[in-house]
Design a protein around this ligand. Structure first.
Ligand code: FAD
Length: 436
């Protein structure tokens, strides 16, 4: 049984992983490169102004965080707690709203880490530079090279490593033909903090996910025009009511669509000053260079159920890869699984059995025509089965679906309407059926 475990990162994933590992009686050291725990939820007002597309994740101005100043959660607090430590019905930083601002989530994580004895396991300003297997190829033990506050690099050996470094930092930028010759400004939402720099500008927002929608509407209060371009926009092209300056367009493929002058009414071109990409992020593990483990079109693999690389299991694992899920619950269940496997309470199939499962997953995705970048999605009930937890109550998944639909309604008020919904049954106001 492994005795010591290094956890890379003290965001929500690293903190709950540490709690579960400690509960299994394992020795835990959490390495955190920044000056505090909380990860993404520790809002960082800095942005990489010198590299607004953040093409170089190791550049001098690189920042981890991608939150903007006004950010409120896109999941209600009922879906953002941990077992035995809920967010629902409690207030941590004075913000009791159903969809609280980022400070409330950070205060929640601080309180969680404190209560569970995790904080004292976190080494701050300790950046993991390299993780490599020691001795036998399978990674029976692991060497962690890390740089401390004084700049010194140290090496330490652990029995296991859990990777929790987050995946909302390195931008995915849409490819637009001819864009390199376009002279306007381009940036990624990773570097968006406040709307003021967009005042009186014509802005093209590429991507209409949760951040794209939120940011486009926030910018519309100061910008001249906001044009949102999305590949999933067919059913709502044109001007968006009640906004006076927001339009939705099809996916942008060609930079000729951006003219530097006001286009003629018959033209589909947009006079743009800034293109703001809200096109998501890439998985990135700069400290790992392992034979047979790759990131290909945002598929990290091979991984047995998004967590264990068959060749290096169980002593190397990843917590936090799935998206489109109840994130905190997924982090917790994955952590419980890792902790149970490392303590010997749960077992994994052999390497070949895990590889067969991975191949079968890939085959099913291919058959369904799903691209590799959609590999890491919700697997909550599967996880619950692994660790002997009850399957998810139906209302949780319904609430997740409702929140996802509401986030894309292009209605700035949906978070506050949600609270009225809960109290007065005014589901119609959100235009969402089946609200819990
Ligand atoms: C704009 C935005 C909005 C979101 N809204 C929601 C929401 O409403 N609800 C929700 O549940 N989730 C939301 N999320 C997802 C959010 O990322 C998760 O809630 C959660 O923060 C994931 O935690 P994590 O620990 O996996 O990653 P992170 O929070 O990113 O933490 C990773 C940590 O690892 C550290 N680290 C990285 N590399 C190293 C290294 N080499 N050495 C040492 N330390 C390292 C980082 O400094 C960081 O502290 C949102 C994300 C974004 C970007």
């Amino acid at each position: 049984m492994p005795r010591t475990v290094a956890v890379v990162g003290a965001g929500a994933a690293g903190l709950v992983a540490a709690r579960e590992l400690l509960r299994e009686g394992l020795g835990v050291a959490v390495f955190e490169k920044s000056g505090r725990a909380g990860g993404t939820w520790a809002y960082d007002p800095r942005a990489d102004d010198a590299d607004p597309l953040s093409r170089d994740p190791a550049g001098p101005g690189a920042v981890h965080g991608s939150l903007y100043a006004s950010l409120r959660t896109n999941l209600p607090r009922e879906l953002m707690g941990f077992s035995g430590f809920p967010m629902a019905g409690r207030v941590f930083a004075g913000d009791a709203r159903a969809f609280p601002g980022h400070r409330e989530v950070l205060a929640f994580l601080d309180a969680f880490a404190e209560e569970h004895g995790v904080l004292e396991r976190v080494r701050l300003r300790a950046e993991v530079l390299r993780v490599r297997p020691l001795g036998r190829e399978q990674g029976e033990r692991w060497v962690v090279a890390w740089r401390g506050e004084d700049g010194e690099v140290a090496e330490e050996v652990f029995d296991a490593v859990v990777v929790c470094n987050g995946h909302w930092t390195v931008p995915q930028v849409a490819k637009i033909r001819g864009i390199d010759n376009w002279r306007g400004k381009q940036m990624h939402s990773h570097n968006y903090r406040v709307s003021e720099p967009f005042r009186d500008q014509n802005v093209v927002v590429v991507g209409m996910g949760v951040s794209g929608t939120d940011i486009a509407l926030e910018i519309s209060h100061v910008a001249k025009e906001v044009h949102v371009a999305s590949r999933y926009s067919e059913d709502r092209l044109g001007k968006i009511e009640p906004y006076k300056n927001v339009w939705i367009h099809r996916e942008v493929r060609n930079s000729e669509l951006f003219s530097s002058q006001t286009p003629s009414p018959s033209s589909s071109a947009v006079a743009a000053d800034i293109i703001l990409y809200c096109t998501g992020y890439q998985y990135h593990f700069p400290f790992l260079d392992l034979d047979g483990l790759t990131v290909d079109d945002n598929r990290v693999g091979p991984l047995y159920n998004h967590v264990f690389p068959p060749k290096y299991a169980p002593n190397l694992s990843f917590v936090g890869l799935p998206i489109k899920t109840i994130v905190f619950q997924s982090l917790e269940l994955e952590s419980k699984w890792v902790a149970a496997v490392l303590s010997g309470r749960a077992t994994l199939p052999g390497e070949e059995g895990m590889m067969a499962a991975v191949r079968e997953h890939y085959r099913q995705m291919e058959e369904a025509g799903r691209p590799k970048r959609h590999t890491h999605e919700e697997h909550l009930n599967w996880l619950a089965d692994q660790v002997g937890e009850p399957r998810l109550e139906a209302w949780r998944l319904e609430m997740l679906e409702k929140a996802a639909r509401c986030a894309l309604l292009l209605d700035e008020g949906y978070r506050d309407l949600w609270e009225q919904d809960d109290n007065s049954g005014a589901s119609a106001s959100l235009g969402v059926k089946g609200a819990p």
